[in-house]
Design a protein around this ligand. Structure first.
Ligand code: ADP
Ligand code: MG
Length: 688
């Protein structure tokens, strides 16, 4: 149970003044749902503004506050271009205040002609004239002396402004309780760190590295502690030694030779499963490294030893695909494989449940439904969790721990976690790495083109298809669970446009489509009947169609590197030379530009993962928050390098002294775990 002291922090943002249904959505888009989220929505940076008497005093590019009097409002003829308010300073210089989109309505209200206003923003030049694009503030009064010239800059989403966010943060800070200290006093002193509540206040008020470090440390400590709790729980459990004799594996008739890396991983897994202590191993391998066949071998070991195996996929789509792949590969072994998803109802469901209970099903592939309460296994020996970074690591491990005898667990991930983070993400888990791609893979030719070359792209696509090859067309979308109507609309619109050109050869898949329609579309694409698959990021993980050798990604600048890498990994799987075309919008931020350049330069997933963390620009990327591919929300890479080893040792020490978290520091640590939403570890403690 969550300690009561935290309750105020877990109340909804709607309880804050000024948050109604209209603001809820843009806040949710940033993952800001409770007061706690608001507190941890730390400024991306601070701007320091200089108050100037007139524009002659200011440099282009400088952040200023200046008194301006609007002289004229100009809307663009078409209504599509920017809305401009011309305004004069005290010396008679004219400056344009430029607004795009709906912001013009604010401008109309805030800047009546002839009335002096204080305008804060960045001075830019456009053509021969001066302008301020989307001023940060327009104030009727401004106290030059003693007024705040340094201001936080928060990540925003459409519908939010800096002052609105600042106001909400302020209220959240006011309501934040004083919490017991979970950091060792000596460390706190040695580093000069403030207490938790003070640290938050300071981090929102200005550049304060000690405050930031402290908050980062909290996150790292919570993570290390939670992983230690999972690890300790594992050690308390007993599993079953599964000694495979190779009789099923020897019947496999694979169309390729295993790579050395695959062989090594299988040997490591086999070694673990022969022990009574339940395996807890992570199989890490870049997209296309061949994890599926390793999983199959592991599952066959379990079946050879008389046990059952279950494989958990993150989406229905992937579960189906794994099922099809595994069934085909395993045909010569004669094992019984079943597919089980939440969609199975009635008789079909009953018969699978029976099969799992009486042991007539050897291997089951499915979504989280396979670990639900209603599902009982005769003898589950191995749980394989695919792409588990999408789930929240330990939650799955706990699920897999159902039953008296803990099954061996193999977690697979294609997210190449930088070495520097493996410890953080997985604590002391055993790791097998597939650090070698199957032979014969060709480099994917990656290009960047502006969206206005669309026609050419479609022509290229037509040639590609008439050569008998297949292609993906990806439109951006946050995550399956949180898709924005605009993004769905964009995918639908693109599909409609391409359908005009390619007719029935195009299919559409996105998270909002009914399951049977999605399946049918997918089946047509996998079978080669459909040539072009228009999709949102649903296809990000796992889909394997070797004949698809062209990938078009629209609005590529909105994706993070790790995600682009995953998407690109869908092509380059067959013999044909593959192309990945990144279509970008008109304007790019510096980090977006750098990300796209990196995609062209390298195919090294580990390098991209490191860079991804570095280049994660604030708020502009899709689906990065909560998606689990950024392991930490607060700690930066530098802080991870500096503080993670300390947190790791600290957690171990605390666990040694007080594994049940019952001392006063243990109690404080519980508060921390809930606060940082790493409480899955606590729940493993008795009475947790
Ligand atoms: P991932 O690690 O991304 O899950 P998959 O298991 O889907 O990769 O494998 C990618 C592709 O490579 C599949 O088409 C698979 O059949 C093929 N493959 C796997 N191992 C080998 C190998 N040793 N040699 C050649 N192809 C392989
Ligand atoms: Mg896979």
């Amino acid at each position: 149970m969550r300690p009561a002291i935290l309750n105020p922090l877990f109340t909804e943002v709607e309880t804050l003044e000024g948050v109604g249904p209209k603001l809820k959505k843009p806040l949710a888009r940033l993952g800001l749902e409770r007061l706690r989220d608001m507190l941890y929505h730390l400024p991306e940076r601070f701007v320091t503004r200089r108050a100037v008497r007139d524009l002659d005093e200011a440099r282009v590019g400088e952040h200023i506050v200046v008194a301006l009097t609007p002289t004229e409002h100009r809307s663009s003829g078409s209504g599509r271009g920017p809305y401009r308010v011309l305004a004069a300073d005290a010396a008679g210089n004219i400056c344009a205040l430029t607004y795009f989109g709906k912001a013009m309505y604010t401008a109309k209200k805030q800047l009546p002609v002839g009335e002096k206003r204080w305008v804060a923003g960045r001075l830019d030049q456009y053509g021969q004239s001066l302008q301020i694009v989307h001023p940060d503030h327009v104030l009727e009064a401004f106290e030059e002396s003693g007024s705040r010239l340094s201001e936080p800059v928060y990540a925003l989403s459409e519908g939010l402004t800096q002052p609105k966010v600042a106001h909400l943060v302020e209220q959240a800070l006011d309501r934040a309780p004083v919490l017991p200290e979970w950091i060792e006093p000596t460390l706190l002193q040695q580093r000069g760190w403030p207490a938790w509540r003070d640290a938050l206040g300071l981090a929102h008020a200005g550049e304060h590295s000690a405050a930031r470090d402290r908050l980062a440390y909290d996150e790292l400590l919570a993570n290390s502690l939670a992983l230690s709790l999972v690890r300790a729980d594992r050690k308390r459990r007993r599993g079953v030694a599964l000694k495979g004799d190779g009789r099923l594996r020897s019947r496999l008739d694979l169309p390729f030779a295993l790579t050395q890396a695959q062989k090594r991983a299988i040997a490591e897994i086999d070694g673990d499963m022969r022990q009574e202590a339940p395996m807890l191993r992570l199989l890490q391998g870049d997209v296309g490294a061949g994890k599926t066949v390793v999983a199959l071998e592991a599952m066959l070991i379990a079946v050879e030893a008389g046990a059952q195996a279950a494989m958990l996929a993150p989406t229905e789509l992937l579960a189906r695909q794994h099922f099809a792949t595994l069934r085909q590969l395993a045909t010569p072994t004669g094992v019984t494989i079943a597919l089980f998803t939440g969609r199975d109802k009635g008789r079909a469901r009953e018969s699978i449940l029976m099969g799992l209970l009486d042991g007539s099903i050897d291997i089951v592939v499915g979504t989280h439904a396979i670990f639900q309460e209603a599902v009982s296994y005769r003898n589950l020996g191995l749980a394989v969790i695919d792409e588990q970074h999408r789930f929240g690591v330990a939650q799955r491990l706990m699920l897999a721990s159902k039953g008296r005898r803990t099954p061996h667990t193999l977690a697979m991930t294609a997210t190449p976690i930088p070495r520097s983070l493996t410890l953080a993400q997985y604590g002391e888990l055993d790791v097998s790495r597939l650090d070698e791609l199957p032979p014969g893979r060709q480099a994917i030719d990656t290009r960047v083109a502006p969206l206005d070359r669309l026609e050419e792209v479609v022509e290229g696509l037509a040639r590609h298809i008439s050569d008998g090859k297949q292609a993906y067309w990806v439109c951006p979308m946050v995550r399956e669970a949180e898709d924005l109507p605009e993004d769905i609309a964009a995918a639908e619109a693109r599909y409609a446009a391409l359908k005009e050109r390619f007719g029935d050869a195009v299919v559409l898949v996105h998270g909002q489509l009914p399951a049977d329609i999605k399946d049918a579309a997918m089946e047509r694409f996998v079978s080669g009947d459909a040539k072009l698959l228009v999709a949102t990021t649903v296809i990000e993980v796992g889909v394997d169609v070797p004949n698809a050798s062209l990938m078009v990604i629209e609005q590529a600048e909105r994706f993070g590197l790790a995600q682009l890498h995953q998407l690109r990994g869908r092509v380059g799987r067959g013999a044909a030379k593959s192309v990945c075309l990144l279509l970008r919008g008109e304007t790019l931020s510096d980090t977006a530009r750098e990300r796209l350049a990196l995609m062209r330069q390298t195919q090294d997933g580990f390098l991209l993962a490191e860079e991804d963390l570095r280049l994660r620009g604030g708020g502009e990327l899709l689906g990065t928050r909560q998606s689990g591919d950024a392991p930490f929300r607060i700690a930066t890479m530098d802080q991870v390098r500096d503080l993670l080893p300390v947190a790791h040792d600290d957690a171990r020490l605390l666990m040694e002294r007080d594994g049940g978290l019952t001392s006063s520091r243990g109690e404080a640590a519980r508060v921390l775990l809930y606060l940082m939403e790493r409480d899955w570890g606590v729940q493993l403690l008795r009475g947790g």
